[in-house]
Design a protein around this ligand. Structure first.
Ligand code: HEC
Length: 145
């Protein structure tokens, strides 16, 4: 009886570990995919806005804003290394700063939705409220690539 109980407990422990290993891989793959998607979306936002297609551009701005909120939750402790991640350890040393940069990036996209149409300098505004956030974060929290 005790032998079986121990076996069951042992099996649970092993499969739980296997699961968390698996999910670390999934999380890293998913966040990389979401960053790549945001990059493509940002390029579309740029071209749509330059062409004056603001309705479509705004939909994509909202999508990017929501993606940043999702991304903020995709950096748990067990995803610091492996699976071709390009993160720096600084993310976990300054988690609050990192999270607030994600939030700022998300809020800036929301701000763009309400202001972009009235801007004279579309390119400059997107530079300030969209592209500069990528750079600010990557320079500290993503490895040179
Ligand atoms: C608050 C931080 C932050 C912001 C803002 C941010 N990124 Fe990133 N980005 C990261 C981190 C961290 C990684 C590395 C993720 C990994 O390798 O696990 C990354 C990775 C990437 C990747 C590589 C994905 C892959 O397949 O390896 C691309 C492309 C990218 N970001 C584009 C952008 C663009 C474009 C923007 C702005 C529109 C942006 N990012 C904004 C933190 C950020």
């Amino acid at each position: 009886m005790i032998g079986i109980s121990l076996l069951v407990i042992f099996t649970i422990i092993i499969s739980t570990n296997a699961n968390s290993e698996q999910s670390a891989e999934d999380i890293i793959k998913n966040r990389k995919a979401l960053f790549s998607k945001n990059y493509n979306t940002a390029k579309k936002v740029q071209s749509l806005s330059s062409n004056g297609d603001f309705d479509e551009a705004k939909e994509l701005m909202l999508e990017m804003s929501e993606n940043y909120i999702a991304l903020k939750e995709m950096f748990p402790e067990n995803t610091k290394e492996g699976f071709k991640t390009e993160v720096t350890p600084l993310i976990w040393e300054e988690k609050e700063k990192f999270n607030s940069l994600m939030e700022k990036s998300s809020n800036d996209m929301v701000q763009l939705i309400s202001t972009i149409e009235d801007e004279d300098d579309i390119r400059g505004t997107l530079g300030k409220l969209m592209w500069s956030n990528c750079k600010a974060c990557h320079s500290k929290y993503r490895l040179p690539h």
